[in-house]
Design a protein around this ligand. Structure first.
Ligand SMILES: Cc1cc2nc3c(=O)[nH]c(=O)nc-3n(C[C@H](O)[C@H](O)[C@H](O)COP(=O)(O)OP(=O)(O)OC[C@H]3O[C@@H](n4cnc5c(N)ncnc54)[C@H](O)[C@@H]3O)c2cc1C
Length: 464
């Protein structure tokens, strides 16, 4: 790792100065709603342009302190997980949950339910947090803990997507790191044996792996990956160049990566989405790999594509030229389904959606999960997260969002939960029933009475 300490670390003094400035900017705001101005994003819904004041939080992008004794980090809200993980690795430690994409920030993952292959042990990203400084709509910065006077705000931040306040600082529990991670990949040719194996891998025992995840390549071809921290040296692979991680799963049974390369195994190919950009071609990898093999590069191109309405323009041209038109509905979703309903979900998935591959990541909410306000999951129960990012062929007789809406309904029927980082189509009354509208509206009135932030429905469904 070749990182400069000053890239990664900030001082308490500088953090407090930035907080004073942000607090002042927020308190002196006149009327307009605010939105975050930051360098990166992993949000996948298009925001409608609306008058809003940009709050420049870009300076809050570093780690303030790491105490190796107590294994606690103080980290600023806009720090990317790439920087956060690098800072902790310098001290021989690691965050318990490191989402798969380098530019996901700690604040973004905590307000947006970040997940990872360790989530069956450590829960979602916010479950590693002990304390947060939250900037509220009136400019007040509140220190929030599960046991202080702001416990209600602390518990409402996960799944709030910046609609109740912005996380400026987090106190995060850390775990010991190791130099290497040893992976084993096991292939299954039917879903029932794959689901039984993933459930068994997550059972609590002294032999439980540190990380578990799976990939469905086709309806009858699954790979289960189990990974363990390792101190044993050996030839290591990396997937930052010509080799492509997801392709390795079907032809390797074992692998060894440095801990850093393990964290970012999915990043250079944005899981497998790099193929839409031609970046799985060896020649392009050699020529452009240095710039392109990062999830943030694909995200930037994708967002320009949306901004310039490339798909809509292509459609208009084909229509004008009377060329055949194929219609596709973008379906970019992560959903969590109880393990016992996962077979039913997979049957629906391959029958109606069938985007290949599909990422399958187990997660188990910790005991404290019953206190989180804006999403309901059963503490201790095992869920599978299914992540699928692509499009489904549709037809002009189907409503806008037909397939996304099908997914929303099935997830509800199966007792699951849908992430809100992408497009959603819920009618408003159904949305508030699912995401605890009664409690949300009370908290919104208490912490953001003047409506400085758009509400959760406006942000995540209406795209404001
Ligand atoms: C293709 C794809 C794959 C993904 N894969 C994964 C994955 O493997 N694992 C995973 O965990 N997640 C994944 N995500 C989801 C991602 O974690 C969430 O979208 C997350 O919220 C992004 O965080 P960000 O830091 O990039 O924030 P942004 O994208 O900038 O913002 C996301 C939302 O969070 C709010 N927000 C951001 N920072 C703060 C803050 N400091 N305080 C309060 N609110 C804030 C913003 O207002 C916004 O509403 C994926 C997303 C995509 C598009």
């Amino acid at each position: 790792m070749d990182r400069n300490r000053s890239d990664l670390f900030d001082s308490w003094e500088s953090y407090r100065k930035t907080c004073r400035e942000l607090s002042h900017a927020m308190a002196s705001r006149t009327g307009a709603q605010v939105r975050l101005a930051k360098k990166t994003s992993n949000l996948f819904r298009t925001r409608r342009e609306a008058a809003a004041k940009n709050l420049d939080v870009r300076r809050l992008h570093r780690v303030i302190e790491i105490d190796p004794e107590s294994r606690i980090a103080e980290v600023e809200g806009m720090t990317t997980f790439e920087d956060f993980a690098d800072a902790t690795l310098l001290k021989g430690l690691r965050p318990p949950v490191v989402p798969e994409l380098k530019t996901i920030t700690v604040g973004g993952a905590v307000s947006g339910l970040g997940i990872e292959a360790s989530s069956f042990r450590h829960g979602l990203a916010h479950e590693m947090v002990e304390e947060m400084d939250i900037l509220c709509g009136d400019g007040t910065i509140r220190i929030c803990r599960p046991d202080n006077e702001n416990a209600d705000l602390f518990h409402a931040i996960p799944n709030s997507y910046g609609s109740l306040g912005y996380i400026l600082r987090l106190r995060v529990k850390l775990l010991p790191a190791s130099p290497f991670v040893k992976l084993t990949h096991q292939r299954f040719f039917d879903r029932i044996s794959f689901l039984s194996a993933i459930e068994a891998a997550c059972a609590q025992s002294p032999h439980t792996p540190d990380f578990v995840e799976g990939v469905a390549f086709t309806p009858d071809d699954f790979v289960l990956t189990m990974a363990r921290l390792s101190h044993e040296r050996g030839p290591v692979n990396d997937y930052k160049g010509l080799q492509i991680y997801y392709q390795s799963l079907r032809h390797r049974t074992e692998d060894l990566l440095t801990m850093r390369d393990f964290f970012w195994r999915w990043d250079p190919d944005w899981f497998w989405c790099s193929r839409s950009f031609g970046m799985q071609n060896p020649l392009l990898r050699r020529l452009l790999g240095h710039w392109m093999l990062r999830s943030s590069s694909y995200w930037k191109i994708q967002s320009l594509y949306r901004k310039w309405k490339v798909a809509e323009r292509g459609y208009a041209i084909r229509k004008a030229l009377h060329l055949p038109i194929e219609l596709f509905e973008p379906v970019i979703q992560d959903v969590e389904i109880p393990i016992e309903k996962s077979l039913e979900f997979l049957e629906f998935y391959f029958r109606e959606i069938d985007i290949r591959p599909c990422w399958i990541c187990p997660m188990r909410p910790l005991e404290a999960a019953r206190n989180w306000t804006l999403y309901a999951m059963e503490p201790g129960a095992l869920y599978l997260n299914f992540g699928f990012w692509g499009s489904v062929r549709t037809s002009s007789d189907k409503a806008d969002g037909h397939f996304n809406r099908r997914i929303e309904r099935i997830v509800q029927e199966l007792g699951g939960r849908k992430s809100l980082y992408s497009t959603s189509f819920f009618p408003e009354d159904e949305f508030w029933r699912i995401y605890n509208g009664d409690a949300y509206h009370k908290l919104k009135l208490k912490f953001d009475p003047q409506g400085a932030f758009r509400n959760l429905y406006q942000k995540t469904v209406l795209g404001h």
